[in-house]
Design a protein around this ligand. Structure first.
Ligand code: ADP
Ligand code: MG
Length: 318
């Protein structure tokens, strides 16, 4: 009799533990597409997704060159010798960027933006040689002071964290997932991703997209607990007189880098994978692979302009 009470049945249903299930969501963030999939038991799935979405928004508001009061935009507007006190987060990103700049003899350099700001990929505009000669590029133009402040020595010094910020955002999101005891997840922000645990009892199958066909996968890698970042000449580009003018610039020339279509880097942290994929792209096949081979825990896969694939030694069993 009692069991037939609709109220009691409803209450019993509410008491039943929520089913474990895959949560998935996708949204636009940081100028690209964010994708999230995770296995979760309980009813906080939406809250976890929301926490990650908010964290990406916070990072974008802090680091976007297009948002006038972002910390990065405020740094870019500084007058010569004007002192700027960076937040801990901004300092961390500048320091890590500086490290990769040193490691790569300036192939990775966030002050590439001095030239970068002269390109407009939507309107197919690129600077001529005269304009490029006027640009000021190089980390030596940023000065670190003992009181913790920073300054620049030329009014044209600009920075852009587009080559490292998405990987950093991925790490922040992974920390949120771990804090919620999520063991199995896939997370991506444009060409940067991270895989945690497994997908239905198997390793995650992470695809490297074909650099000339956005719908095709060039290589599939079975992976777990690793960050994967791909830098490609197809993300932002235009073609002029048969020349593929893209967004990864050689800071030494201010022009699009090299002889590569895409570089994929696998390593523990998203921030390193992101910075290194851009770095290796600029360094080129030989020097780029040599760098990956010198770094423990770093694997690299390069697809060159002819479509030939080059692997770091650890992936070929050397
Ligand atoms: P993607 O945008 O293909 O995911 P990247 O991680 O390589 O690939 O990011 C490219 C971005 O990196 C560019 O849009 C620009 O903001 C920044 N960038 C371009 N050239 C350099 C460079 N030489 N050093 C540091 N950052 C760069
Ligand atoms: Mg990068």
């Amino acid at each position: 009799m009692i069991m037939r009470s609709p109220l009691l049945i409803l209450l019993l249903c509410l008491w039943l533990p929520a089913q474990a299930q895959w949560h998935s969501d996708s949204w636009d963030s940081m100028g690209t597409r964010a994708t999230l999939e995770f296995w979760h038991q309980g009813d906080h799935g939406k809250d976890i997704t929301e926490a990650i979405r908010q964290e990406f928004n916070r990072i974008e508001n802090q680091l976007s060159p297009w948002i006038a009061d972002s910390e990065l935009a405020r740094f870019n507007r500084l007058a010569v010798d004007q002192k700027f006190s960076p937040s801990d987060e901004f300092r961390f990103l500048l320091e890590r960027s500086s490290l990769y700049s040193t490691t790569s003899n300036g192939a990775f350099d966030i002050t590439f933006a001095g030239a970068g700001q002269l390109y407009n990929y939507r309107t197919a505009e690129a600077p001529d040689d005269a304009a490029l000669q006027q640009t000021v590029i190089g980390m030596q133009h940023i000065h670190w002071h003992e009181d913790g402040s920073i300054s620049k020595d030329h009014p044209s010094v600009r920075i852009d964290l587009g080559g490292i910020a998405k990987g950093y955002a991925i790490d922040r999101a992974v920390a949120i997932l771990r804090a919620h005891n999520i063991d199995n997840a896939y997370l991506s922000l444009g060409g940067d991703s991270y895989v945690l645990g497994q997908r239905d009892g198997r390793l995650w199958q992470v695809g490297i997209r074909h650099p000339r066909n956005s719908k095709a996968v060039a290589i599939t890698l079975p992976l777990t607990e690793i960050a994967v970042s791909t830098s490609g000449d197809y993300e932002r580009f235009f073609v002029r007189d048969g020349e593929h003018i893209h967004h990864i610039l050689n800071p030494h020339t201010g022009k699009p880098a090299g002889d590569i279509m895409s570089v994929t880097v696998l390593t523990g942290q998203g921030i390193d994978a992101d910075a290194l994929s851009t770095t290796i792209f600029v360094m080129g096949i030989e020097e780029g692979l040599a760098l990956a081979n010198r770094m423990p825990e770093v694997s690299a896969i390069i697809i060159d302009l002819k479509g030939k694939v080059h692997y770091s030694d650890d992936l070929t069993g050397h």
